[in-house]
Design a protein around this ligand. Structure first.
Ligand code: UN1
Length: 478
């Protein structure tokens, strides 16, 4: 796989080249991508700015048809894009194909939303006037995306921005830009006018400030510390900001839970997709009477999970995506043990059939919220059990955390579920289902510092990617 930057309808070489490595097999280079220079990022923003008047005025049926075509192409290429995704990022082929299908569905959804974009009419307080509230494009959008969902997140930022009449500069993660290149090829083939969508690749620290100050809006997904920097960099130009950031998500298991449901949701939440989701369940809060039975079943689930090469048919947990992340996970586990957490399973590198970043899913017991393990996001396959007495203590422990993205509960008691749902301070709450895994037609995101500046997806996207115009019209008719 090779990839270049795409600026004003032209494929462009950059200053240097970044290579990506297959985390399932460190001896395999997956892609070679041209890094954009700062002046290329500026050119991309200028191209998006020039293309804006035409795109914002474009016919909504034509816009919708184009987004549908992109969705169709993503759907028909889901196997090959999924295979590239699995090779470059390391999630299993099933997860990767599923993610590509999701990206296709997102384009189809926004093909409909482009047509279904209402405004409001109000009678005025003043005789002879009425008021029209309409929603206009924000303008030039910079989308800065992470490596963990390298096709879904570029898709849901790009499709939404385009549907509401904005132009886009996408900067994917330098660790997995391949899918963004494929998406760009598809957008080009669908006939998007030049400049409406641009791709620049490279290091976010170098390109970020330009992409933020030169855009009207920036939609960023990544860590909370980086999100804070994005917000600071957006302040002087007052660039509109949408931040989807870290999680340290609690999953509560009550005495009255159905054990199968609880174990499957907790295991999927903690270890699914190698734990590399901001919505993963890292803190598993379990009431005393079910604790031992639950732990025994979680140990069994961990033992049965097959960790291996992302492309092997029987693999359930792929490798850790990058070497720096692998080292960070091991350091976090070592520090957890130093502060007294009991490592009951995994947490150590394992051998695979190839030289990959394989890590056995980790389960810690006897942990508490006071530990760093339960305060700082670990972007890896880890669940830490916190034993509590009852629902009230579970709620207190769940909410006792700076981050507030998602939270979940396993219970068969409707009132317990409702009490938790109301008390949780997270932006997403799940009942008897994992804290990770979200629908695209409803808002997604967390409260600060897990998120800032409005939700993504569903109605959230319509709000972020538009600006309100309130028009008072004196029609003179009494
Ligand atoms: C999911 O849980 O399916 O980076 C989506 C992330 C989130 C998306 C999670 N922005 O993990």
């Amino acid at each position: 796989m090779t990839g270049q930057n795409y600026i004003d309808g032209q494929w462009r070489k950059g200053g240097s080249v970044t290579e990506t490595i297959n985390p399932s097999d460190l001896n395999e280079t997956v892609g070679r991508y041209a890094d954009a220079t700062l002046s290329m990022a500026e050119e991309a923003l200028d191209a998006a700015r020039r293309a804006l008047p035409g795109w914002r005025a474009s016919n909504i049926q034509a816009r919708s048809d184009l987004l549908r075509k992109v969705g169709d192409a993503l759907m028909s290429e889901a196997q090959s894009i999924g295979a590239l995704l699995a090779r470059e990022e390391g999630k299993t082929l099933a997860e990767a194909v599923g993610e590509t299908v999701r990206a296709a569905q997102v384009f189809h959804y926004y093909a409909g939303e482009a047509l279904r974009h209402p405004g409001q009419w109000y009678p005025s307080l003043r005789d002879g006037l009425n008021v029209v509230v309409s929603y206009e494009p924000v303008g030039v959008v910079s989308a800065i995306t992470p490596w963990n969902f390298p096709i879904a997140i570029p898709a849901w930022k790009t499709a939404a921005a385009l549907a509401y009449g904005n132009t886009v500069v996408l900067k994917p993660s330098e660790f997995a830009p391949g899918c963004a290149v494929r998406l760009t090829e598809i957008l080009e083939q669908a006939g998007l006018p030049k400049g409406v969508f641009n791709l620049v690749m490279g290091d976010g620290r170098a390109l970020g400030p330009t992409l933020i100050s030169g855009a009207d809006a920036v939609s960023f997904t990544g860590s909370t510390p980086t999100g804070r920097k994005v917000l600071e960099q957006a302040a002087p130009t007052m660039t509109k900001v949408q931040l989807e950031l870290g999680g340290k998500n609690p999953f509560v298991v009550l005495d009255d839970a159905d054990l199968d449901t609880a174990v499957s949701a907790a295991a999927q939440g903690a270890w699914g997709q190698t734990g590399q989701r901001c919505t993963g369940s890292e803190r598993i809060i379990v009431t005393r009477r079910i604790h031992d039975a639950f732990v025994e079943r979680m140990m069994q689930a961990a033992r049965e999970l097959r960790v291996g090469h992302a492309l092997d048919a029987d693999t359930q947990i792929g490798p850790v995506a990058t070497q720096p992340q692998f080292a960070k996970n091991l350091a976090a586990f070592a520090s957890a043990r130093e502060e007294g957490a009991e490592l009951a399973f995994g947490g150590t590198p394992i051998e695979g059939r190839t030289d990959g970043l394989y890590l056995a899913p980790a389960l810690f017991l006897n942990t508490s919220n006071a530990m760093r393990l339960n305060r700082e996001e670990v972007f890896g396959p880890v669940g830490a059990i916190i034993k509590v007495e009852d629902l009230d203590e579970a709620i207190a422990v769940a909410n006792d955390c700076e981050l507030a993205l998602s939270s979940g509960i396993a219970t068969t008691n409707l009132s317990h579920a409702e009490k938790f749902r109301r008390a949780s301070k997270a932006g997403v709450v799940t009942v008897n289902t994992p804290t990770a895994g979200v629908d695209y037609h409803v808002p997604f995101g967390g409260r600060p510092p897990s998120g800032f500046g409005g939700r993504e997806q569903g109605q959230g996207a319509a709000e972020f990617f538009t600006e309100i115009k309130t028009s008072y019209v004196n029609h003179g008719v009494m």
